[in-house]
Write a protein that binds this ligand. Structure first.
Ligand code: FES
Length: 513
């Protein structure tokens, strides 16, 4: 039987070696971190960096285009003839970034297009939505299967269909986004929402592990370490049940309680997959991180806090950035056919001390704030926004993921279209996103039959949030509500009312008994 060695490189990074096979996944070591230097790997992996990691590789797998997976600092050091395997997304950003860096052998795979490297079958299952793109990779040696799910939130039905059972599952079991932390909720409300977010992240990981019957599950790919001082409390309170950025060891504990064999690792730890599964853990390092967490976090913060600050810009540069923003919004309003007409409310972009700009996308108006009614409000750091407007792609997600902004909404209802627009603000990407959206929208007419408490319902099959297949991944909870297990949204079964987000009801019809 063949043996595979999996070395954890920190965050979502892995070095996977077989008898004569070697690949690396999502290596992230750049000292400036990601998302305007707000994210760093937790625990740190700096001591592990060695350029020789990048030699003699059969391929490098990059799961998606986020900077904590597609790290230009690492890629600059990679031989340009190295093979890359990436998912084939409709949005070409990942492919073009690698091509522009001079890589000549970039292979795009899908669930239907696999490759074999020295007897190891490589399958990438793409999650190509109008809002997000991500992927997972299945390695199949014939003796063993490894699923690197990283932070890809694939539909459970797709996982069942395309993956089957695996030996090792590596996946994210923590929150990694700005909701609810960046919102101006009162303390109790924020606490309740954070508990819910933490709970949902682990529940989803457990469901993935059970879906693929993993013999061993490794929580990884987050949580990140936040560099900005204003966010340090999210680093410091990770044992608190109201911190959505649950640590890998706490997640593993909950998973084990639920019957999922799980193990947290620190960078440099290895798993040897042969006749049995062995984990080699540097216990001293593990204790330093997880047992002496308070000291570890304080030391890490001190080491990195003054590194790579967001560059300051002059008042003139701030004003120029706001002008560029207005011009860009105007182009977006002229170009968008599907998203903009749905955004019929005022959004305030407060460039903290520079200007407050009110945008009504559907009306195409861009005005200075003067007490208009505002439904969504973003307070943004002008220096970081200047940096954003220097980038090739002006998309707000890079900025949002950094989490150091403020958001307010009235009513407190998530608007998926607004976030989809802001995450795909670049005009070309916006058009691609709208094309996918148009194709997917037809799915919303599909229904399935659900029986609960001797009553039959005809239910919209795809979740109004991000189109998870509710027939496969929905369940009725103890309150009689239909829950989508992908992100935990709850729907009242009788009316279809969304209890998580009032504006996104589910189509439900009671059928005659
Ligand atoms: S797809 Fe996100 S809650 Fe259903």
């Amino acid at each position: 039987m063949s043996t595979l060695n999996l070395e954890y490189l920190g965050h979502a990074g892995w070095l996977i070696e077989g008898d004569n096979f070697r690949c690396i996944c999502d290596p992230w070591f750049g000292p400036s971190g990601a998302f305007f230097s707000q994210w760093l790997p937790f625990p740190t992996n700096r001591d592990l960096w060695d350029a020789s990691l990048l030699s003699n590789l059969d391929f490098i797998y990059i799961s998606h285009a986020h900077e904590d997976h597609l790290d230009p600092w690492v890629l600059e050091q990679v031989d340009r003839s190295t093979v890359f395997v990436i998912p084939e997304f409709k949005d070409p950003i990942l492919r073009t970034t690698l091509s522009k860096m001079g890589f000549t052998d970039v292979r795009e795979l899908t669930r239907d297009k696999t490759e074999i490297f020295k007897g190891v079958k490589v399958k990438i299952v793409e999650d190509d939505g109008y809002m997000d793109q991500d992927s997972c990779m299945l390695l199949d040696t014939g003796d063993h299967k490894i699923l690197n799910l990283n932070d890809c939130h694939l539909d459970f039905g797709v996982i069942e269909e395309c993956i089957g059972d695996v030996d090792i599952l590596m996946l994210q079991a923590t929150s990694a986004i700005w909701w609810p932390c960046a919102y101006d909720y009162d303390d109790q409300d924020l606490r309740d929402k954070c508990i819910q977010k933490r709970h949902n992240a682990v529940r989803r990981a457990i469901k993935y592990a059970k879906t693929v019957n993993a013999k061993l599950t490794i929580p990884n790919a987050g949580p990140p370490f936040f560099r900005d001082r204003s966010l340090h409390h999210w680093n410091e309170t990770r044992r608190d049940e109201a911190n959505p950025f649950i640590l890998a060891d706490d997640a593993a504990l909950i998973m084990r309680d639920e019957g999922v064999e799980a193990q947290a690792l620190t960078p440099g730890d290895t798993i040897i997959l042969g006749e049995t599964i062995q984990t080699k853990i540097d216990q001293e390092k593990y204790n330093l991180v997880y047992t002496k967490l308070t000291e570890y976090v304080a030391k890490y913060a001190q080491q990195v806090q003054d590194e790579h600050p967001v560059p300051s810009h002059t008042t003139e540069e701030h004003k120029t950035m706001v002008q560029k923003f207005k011009k860009h919004v105007s182009n977006v309003c002229k170009t968008s056919q599907l998203y903009v007409p749905q955004l019929t409310f005022n959004v305030l972009f407060d460039f903290n001390g520079v200007e407050k700009v009110v945008v009504n996308f559907s009306e195409g108006t861009i005005t200075t704030f003067s007490n208009q009614t505002i439904n969504y409000e973003f307070t943004l750091c002008p220096d970081a926004m200047c940096e954003l407007f220097k980038s090739r792609y002006i998309d707000f997600e890079r900025f949002f993921l950094g989490t150091n902004f403020k958001c307010r909404r009235d009513p407190d209802v998530y608007n998926e279209i607004l976030f989809t627009l802001l995450k795909n603000f670049d005009i070309k990407r916006l058009l691609t996103s709208e094309k996918i959206y148009a194709e997917r929208k037809d799915l919303l007419n599909e229904t399935y039959e659900l029986e609960y408490n001797e009553q039959k319902y005809e239910v919209q099959r795809y979740c109004p949030h991000m189109l998870a297949d509710l027939k496969r991944s929905g369940y009725v909870n103890e309150s009689g509500h239909l829950v989508c297990s992908l992100h935990g949204w709850e729907f009242e079964l009788k009316s279809g009312k969304c209890l998580t987000n009032g504006s996104c009801p589910l189509g439900v019809k009671q059928l005659k008994k």
